[in-house]
Design a protein around this ligand. Structure first.
Ligand SMILES: [Zn+2]
Length: 320
């Protein structure tokens, strides 16, 4: 798992970028099942430029919150080969694109303002928007600009959000197929690290995806309190009826229980490396949350309530 030593944060970040392909969304579940088996394809150079601008969708926002939906794309253009590479996951996180849109609509309905939204429109069989360049494209060089454009869209959203407020939050929205129906919140801390005592976990926040927040949260919450205290994101969801780990009710995954602790986007777009933006990966369960339009709308309302409290408590941001 992720280990930390006295080396620099940048070195740690680079190391994590190298190994995180093992901890992103997995496959082989109902929620993540591929719609079709990958086929072997020989990469070729496209006859015409790829319409990459059509495959990255950025929606402008008015609050210091950026939501990424990397694994909910539904486009499978024949101009692209299917990804084939050792260990590649090609199954989508079912309904997470529509869930992100429902959350945006819920914000708009509640406060008349939307979060920034960045959506990968390509199916994961064609492109993985939560991996390094090589794995994202399975080495298909013509698709490299897609990877650059996706992350540039997130960088742009963060820059525009920072004009609204000095600091902000990135939520990387996913769906898991694990047995336990709960949100898995990823801060780049492993399950075994989360099982440590609060006193032992607290110093690890310095190399988490909320490293900045742990130092400067307006609430003065830091360390383990930021992960599972009463104002933590997990505790906010839990209090609203959506189980989450870590939280005050469920401080850490038990040994042997599946848990995703973050991924490429959480590293690149959070404050592990100096940034005014923190990042949290939310891996959502399927049943009762993202399976039907009504359930997605219901969760979206909970999401808005939880995030408004979180932005108020820790970032000092409230709707005007
Ligand atoms: Zn995912």
């Amino acid at each position: 798992m992720i280990r930390r030593g006295p080396h620099s944060v940048v070195t740690a970040a680079l190391g994590i970028l190298g190994i995180l392909s093992a901890v992103g969304c997995g496959a082989g579940t109902k929620a993540d099942a591929p719609t079709a088996p990958p086929t072997t394809t020989t990469p070729t150079t496209p006859a015409v430029p790829l319409p990459i601008a059509d495959w990255v969708e950025g929606i402008d926002g008015q609050i210091p919150l950026v939501i990424i939906a990397p694994h909910g794309g539904d486009l499978t253009p024949t101009s692209l080969p299917d990804r084939v590479c050792a260990g590649c996951v090609t199954g989508n996180d079912l309904n997470t694109q529509v869930l992100a849109r429902a959350i945006s609509d819920a914000f708009s309905g509640r406060i008349g303002k939307r979060p920034f939204l960045v959506i990968n429109r390509l199916h994961r069989r064609k492109f993985d928007a939560n991996r390094d360049l090589q794995e994202a494209t399975a080495g298909y060089a013509p698709l490299a600009p897609m990877w650059s454009q996706f992350h540039a869209a997130i960088d742009s959203a963060k820059a525009r959000a920072q004009r609204l407020h000095p600091r902000g939050l990135v939520i990387d929205l996913h769906g898991h197929g694990h047995v336990i129906q709960r949100l898995e919140l990823g801060y780049l801390l492993s399950a075994s690290e989360l099982r440590l005592s609060d006193a032992a976990v607290t110093p690890l926040l310095a190399t988490s995806s909320v490293a900045q927040l742990s130092r400067v949260a307006l609430s003065r919450d830091s360390g383990a309190v930021l992960l599972r205290g009463p104002r933590s994101l997990g505790s906010r969801f839990s209090a609203l009826g959506i189980p989450a780990v870590p939280s005050d009710a469920d401080p850490a995954p038990l040994a042997g229980h599946d848990y995703f602790n973050g991924g490429f986007n959480t590293v690149r777009h959070g404050s592990l490396v100096a940034s005014p933006f923190d990042a949290i990966q939310i891996e959502s369960h399927y049943t009762g949350l993202r399976d039907t339009e009504a359930n997605r709308a219901g969760f979206a309302e909970v999401f808005v309530t939880a995030l408004l409290a979180y932005l108020r408590d820790h970032y000092g941001w409230v709707p005007a």
